[in-house]
Design a binder for this molecule. Structure first.
Ligand code: ARG
Length: 558
């Protein structure tokens, strides 16, 4: 049963439908001693021509099915029937298990583009955020009943690949390329730029090779494919550690190289193109910088490929929404993309959503190597897993499968740290902090889960006699939080914000640990023991499912 909906429905009926349902606001007071739900009646006054207090009094007498209803300063305060509510929620969770909180199918398609690393470059911490936020949004969207299509839009095109081919042919080492392709490609690419400083004619060489690539010259394509495959193989190691590797499409930028012309033609036909300093642009509204569609040398641009891609996605997937999980620094790019689609006369521009996010910082500064380069995500994950291993070994040296557990804890710590705050904010990465077993961390939640699992070994699955139970505030608090999982799932989708779930899980773990510290879980009273263990079981189900939505595993022992 949905208590909020029930309250709204009842109020709507009592007031003869004079107040629209969306204007009946049901608040959840922070202090549950005040009420479980509170409905402000002020806004009803105007329409009903009565004071809020009179209205609240009338509602109070007529609302049915609750423990207690009070009127306080124009608020209607409602208290749930504790035993009935607990019985219902616990039973519901234990019955439904991981399907608890699943929403009705929406029959709508959501395309989520995320991760999208650039080939021949290291998979850096910058792409970590896109990858984990995107993965969580995928899980959350499915939980909300949407059909999801995931796309990894690889950065595999652009003039830099001409330079790279030239540089590899000049200075590349085959063995090094086999050993460690990304490092080798990085090395020759850096060398290209050093040499080009001294000898600008190299840029011309780079352009020539890029032109060959554009014209599908076989040899250039072969090298490019080799770079791409080697990169994907490297990326796979990182994806495997993260437990993410099931994109529906890996169609990158290069796929669109021959699909841009029709879009350019359409822009032309709609009189949207202008020549400016030799380049072709689309002028947008006054407050957005014009978008560059074609370079003066005829070369295509990032936004041109994205335009081709968005039409392709619309055609292929008939999306109701297309999400692009990409950092804050590309905000202008996506504004331009949307605006161009709007100017072309397509309403679906409204369904293009840039899901932006902040930077990964270390000690308040953009995370980078000592040489100022991007830090490899793989290295960060390995380092975190190693430290997790050390901590686990200190705490519990006789544990089985320490390697596997350390991986789950280490990776979980990194992902949770990324998702626990609103995505638009920057995140701070401190390996010791994210691994703390006490604190706002992934390991804290995993640890709580493992604690519950060991308690559950005592559960006998006897039939509960609810009448005999005396419910304390710790139990009541946690049950209500578990129930909030339903709202959190919806809110996380509506705001495209996984942190809503992460924060709820932290609250649940905290409330659970408070209960654990204050309530004797296993006592001589078999009925009460069974009851508290049922709460434990329900808690474990919500934690596990919530963590799954975030892309994090739990473990029974740690
Ligand atoms: N590969 C790009 C980068 O690393 C991100 C791609 C963003 N997606 C897009 N459709 N433009 O910066």
């Amino acid at each position: 049963m949905n208590y909020k909906d029930d309250i709204i429905e009842q109020i709507y009926n009592i007031l003869d439908g004079k107040i629209e349902k969306e204007n009946i606001i049901v608040e959840k007071p922070k202090d549950r001693k005040m009420a479980d739900y509170a409905i402000p009646c002020f806004s009803f006054s105007k329409i009903l021509r009565k004071s809020p207090i009179v209205i609240a009094e009338e509602l109070k007498d007529k609302i049915e099915g609750y423990e207690k209803v009070e009127v306080v300063n124009g608020y209607l305060n409602i208290f749930l029937k504790k035993k009935d509510t607990i019985k219902e929620i616990v039973k519901d969770i234990i019955e439904k298990k991981d399907s608890y909180g699943n929403k009705k199918t929406k029959n709508k398609n959501i395309v989520i583009e995320y991760s999208s690393p650039n080939i021949a470059k290291p998979f850096g911490v910058g792409h970590l955020r896109s990858t984990v936020i995107g993965e969580a949004l995928k899980n959350i969207s499915i939980k909300n009943g949407y059909n999801v299509i995931t796309i990894n839009y690889l950065g595999d095109y652009g003039t830099q690949f001409g330079k790279l081919i030239y540089a590899y042919l000049q200075w590349g080492n085959k063995d090094a390329m086999k050993e460690n392709p990304i490092d080798e490609l990085r090395r020759v690419y850096v060398k290209f730029h050093e040499e080009a400083e001294k000898n600008p004619s190299l840029d011309e060489e780079g352009r020539k090779w890029f032109k060959r690539l554009e014209d599908n010259d076989e040899y250039s394509l072969k090298l490019w494919t080799q770079f791409k495959e080697a990169s994907l193989k490297e990326f796979e190691k990182t994806y495997n550690l993260l437990g993410i590797n099931n994109f529906d499409s890996y169609t990158g930028e290069a796929y669109y190289k021959d699909k841009m012309q029709p879009v350019i033609d359409e822009l032309e036909a709609k009189n949207l193109l202008e020549i400016s300093e030799g380049a072709t642009i689309v002028r947008l509204d006054d407050n957005i910088v014009p978008a560059l569609i074609k370079r003066s040398d005829g070369g295509s641009l990032y936004v041109t490929r994205d335009l081709a891609a968005v039409f392709d996605r619309k055609n292929n997937y008939k999306f109701d929404k297309a999400l692009y999980v990409v950092g804050n620094e590309q905000t202008l790019h996506f504004e331009q993309l949307k605006k161009i689609v709007e100017k072309m006369g397509y309403d679906f521009y409204n369904d293009i959503c840039h899901i932006n996010f902040g930077l990964v910082l270390q000690n308040g500064k953009k995370m980078s190597t000592r040489q100022g380069r991007s830090v490899k995500l793989h290295d960060v994950l390995v380092e975190t897993i190693d430290l997790a291993y050390k901590y686990i070994d200190e705490k519990n040296p006789t544990l089985d499968n320490k390697d596997e557990i350390a991986q789950i804890v280490g990776v979980g710590a990194v992902i949770f740290n990324d998702l626990k705050n609103y995505r638009c904010n920057d995140i701070e990465f401190n390996i010791e902090d994210i691994l703390r077993f006490e604190g706002n961390t992934g390991p804290y939640i995993q640890y709580t889960y493992a604690r519950i699992m060991s308690l559950l070994e005592h559960k006998k699955n006897i039939k509960l006699d609810y009448e005999k139970l005396v419910i304390n505030e710790y139990e009541w608090n946690i049950i209500f939080k578990l129930y909030e999982f339903n709202d959190a799932i919806e809110a996380a989708y509506e705001n495209f914000d996984p942190s809503i779930i992460a924060k709820l899980l932290l609250d649940i773990a905290q409330d659970f640990n408070k209960m654990y510290a204050n309530v004797k879980i296993i006592s001589d009273d078999a009925n009460n023991t069974e009851f508290v263990l049922s709460i434990c079981e329900a808690t474990s189900i919500i934690i596990k499912e919530g963590m799954r939505l975030l892309g994090i595993k739990v473990i029974n022992k740690m």
